[in-house]
Write a protein that binds this ligand. Structure first.
Ligand code: GSH
Length: 218
């Protein structure tokens, strides 16, 4: 089987998902470091986003298609055979790509980053984020109600864990960590269990959480 190449970058949560999955599978892969909206990103994805997956004569973009390709061509144990758990996995991934990304990542994490760059005080940032934080709290609560435990969708590790982890790990690196943990206790316990996994530790460098930690220790 020829070695697959991921087009992406360590701070990209979806790239991290795919890197962790390849590690979980024991499948060698190459990472071609590519920033979103760079010339190389557009070469494989008309929207300039990452990741894309190159394998043999194929260039695949959109993580749902990459997931299907990896399942079909390489074979994984991450898509449950029973319909009920499979639906949970799909729901979890969809919730991540919609509510969590649109309202929590783009509602809290990205603007916070911008406010910090502008030199705003913590007090100002808290005030500016107040309304969006309330909405994010409701979303985290709703996600929490979906968590089965010990993995997100029950007894077995699935694609949902690998999709959800990178975004949640970055969110828990924010000063809002305790608020998120309080709104979603099951989700937070899952995160604390998951963060010790080898493929998680090995893909930590260069993530948003890592970059924040390095900045705060300067
Ligand atoms: N729907 C895309 C989303 C991919 C995506 O948003 N990737 C992020 C990095 S994790 C990106 O390229 N962001 C650049 C942007 O938001 O313009 C997928 O599932 O592949």
């Amino acid at each position: 089987m020829s070695t697959p190449t991921l087009i992406g970058v360590p701070f990209s949560t979806y790239t991290r998902t795919m890197r962790m999955v390849f590690m979980h599978m024991g499948q060698d892969y190459k990472l071609e470091q590519t920033l979103p909206h760079s010339k190389s990103a557009y070469k494989y994805n008309p929207f300039g986003r990452v990741p894309s997956l190159l394998h043999k004569d194929k260039a695949i973009f959109e993580t749902s298609a990459i997931r299907d390709y990896i399942d079909t061509v390489f074979g994984t144990d991450l898509t449950p055979k029973d319909l009920e758990t499979r639906l949970l996995v799909d729901q979890m991934i969809s919730v991540l790509s919609d509510y969590i990304f649109h309202h929590v990542v783009f509602g809290i994490s990205k603007p916070r980053d911008q406010y910090e760059k502008e030199g705003k005080t913590e007090e100002e940032i808290t005030q500016l984020l107040e309304t969006r934080l309330k909405r994010s709290g409701r979303i985290i609560q709703a996600v929490d109600s979906m968590v089965k435990g010990p993995f997100l969708c029950g007894d077995k590790l699935t694609w949902a864990d690998y999709f959800m982890y990178p975004a949640m790990a970055d969110l828990y690196s924010l000063p809002e960590r305790d608020f998120f943990a309080e709104k979603g206790p099951k989700l937070f316990s899952w995160y604390e269990m998951f963060e010790k996994r080898q493929e998680v530790v090995e893909t930590y460098d260069g993530t948003v959480a890592d970059i924040r930690k390095s900045k705060s220790s300067l």
